[in-house]
Ligand binder design. Structure first.
Ligand SMILES: [Zn+2]
Length: 349
């Protein structure tokens, strides 16, 4: 199946739109187009940034939380089955029961060779659906509930079915380090790729082009990689160390994987320093990756001090959007980030 067919664009686009907030929709739509392009053009093994099935995982399972078209289609088919068995007062439900089934139980019908494509799909998954149906009779009237994967009897909804039918993977400890209320979508996306080691760093590129000699454009000392860029490289380390000096928790390691691991164990609260730790990490990864690409593709260079100032200014601006309750932690944050507190807001000095 080609992923740029009209069917995918229309259905997946609507579902993605529903899944994410309007605030970030413009950016996420751009991201979706990039992901589709990656999906359609990456035929060579190893070149795709992240496998589509992993992109479609929920965020707490390491994905981007997009809905898999296959799983969502199955959910919509279940909705049709529900209309036949539990909502046969709808026009379509009545028509199927009277004209198509002719009083035969839907569960007893087997697909026939000349059945339509859609009807065969309904019949093909009926056994998978049947175990989720709970029927209770009272005075000759049947009422139906959905039995979720945990055995709870709940009201039927497409969201509930999708949660029960989608592929579930183990939760990842680091999802809260990337995705939190104040996250910046473009920075979170780059950090997500970095954590998965799926940025196109030179060590990956060298696998496709083994004869090309590559060296880090930030320090010119060795081939770049996720570990080198974040933050073994002397340029990156300078940026990282400078920004870490603006955090009260200075013990964050100088290696991205270890820093993420440490922050994963940190409480994921709305405490100002919990937010700043994660914002600073995402901003450092984003700006260093941007600087690396500017040098490669635009031949534009910024010093480590200039880049650090840009990250500092970015975090400062982000803090201006916060609504805070004055506390010693908030007052200290204002002081360290050269802001002052005015009521429940940070303002420039
Ligand atoms: Zn370097």
């Amino acid at each position: 199946m080609c992923w740029n067919t009209p069917t995918f664009s229309a259905v997946a686009g609507m579902e993605v739109e529903r899944a994410i907030s309007t605030r970030d929709w413009v950016w996420w739509r751009g991201l979706l187009l990039i992901m589709l392009k990656i999906r359609c053009t990456s035929n060579s093994k190893g070149k795709a940034k992240v496998a589509w099935k992993n992109v479609c995982r929920p965020k707490d399972q390491g994905g981007l939380g997009l809905k898999s078209l296959r799983e969502w289609n199955e959910t919509l088919i279940v909705k049709h089955i529900w209309r036949i068995i539990a909502q046969n007062d709808t026009l379509w439900g009545k028509w199927v029961n009277v004209v198509k089934l002719k009083d035969i139980s839907f569960w007893d019908v087997e697909p026939k060779y000349d059945d339509s494509w859609g009807w065969k799909h309904l019949l093909n998954i009926k056994d998978k659906v049947k175990i989720h149906i709970n029927v209770q009779s009272c005075n000759g009237i049947n009422s139906y509930l959905w039995v979720d994967n945990a055995g709870n009897k709940v009201q039927f909804s497409s969201q509930r079915v999708w949660k029960d039918f989608r592929t579930n993977n183990n939760k990842v400890a680091w999802s809260h380090v990337i995705w939190f209320k104040q996250f910046d979508p473009k920075m979170a996306f780059i950090l997500w790729l970095a954590v998965l080691k799926r940025l196109n760093t030179q060590d990956r590129i060298q696998q496709w082009m083994p004869n090309v000699v590559l060296s880090c454009v930030l320090c010119n000392k060795e081939r770049d990689s996720i570990d080198h860029l974040f933050f073994s490289c002397e340029y990156s380390l300078k940026v990282w160390e400078r920004l870490k000096s603006c955090l009260i928790f200075r013990g964050l390691p100088n290696l991205l994987s270890q820093a993420v691991q440490v922050l994963s164990q940190y409480p994921h609260t709305n405490n100002i320093w919990c937010i700043l730790n994660r914002l600073v990490l995402a901003a450092c990864v984003y700006y260093i990756w941007q600087e690396r690409n500017h040098r490669v593709f635009k031949d534009v260079k910024r010093s480590a001090n200039v880049l650090s100032d840009m990250i500092f200014n970015y975090v400062q601006m982000k803090m201006l959007t916060f609504k805070v309750k004055p506390s010693s932690a908030v007052i200290k944050a204002a002081k360290m980030w050269k802001l002052q507190l005015l009521g429940s807001r940070f303002v420039y000095m």
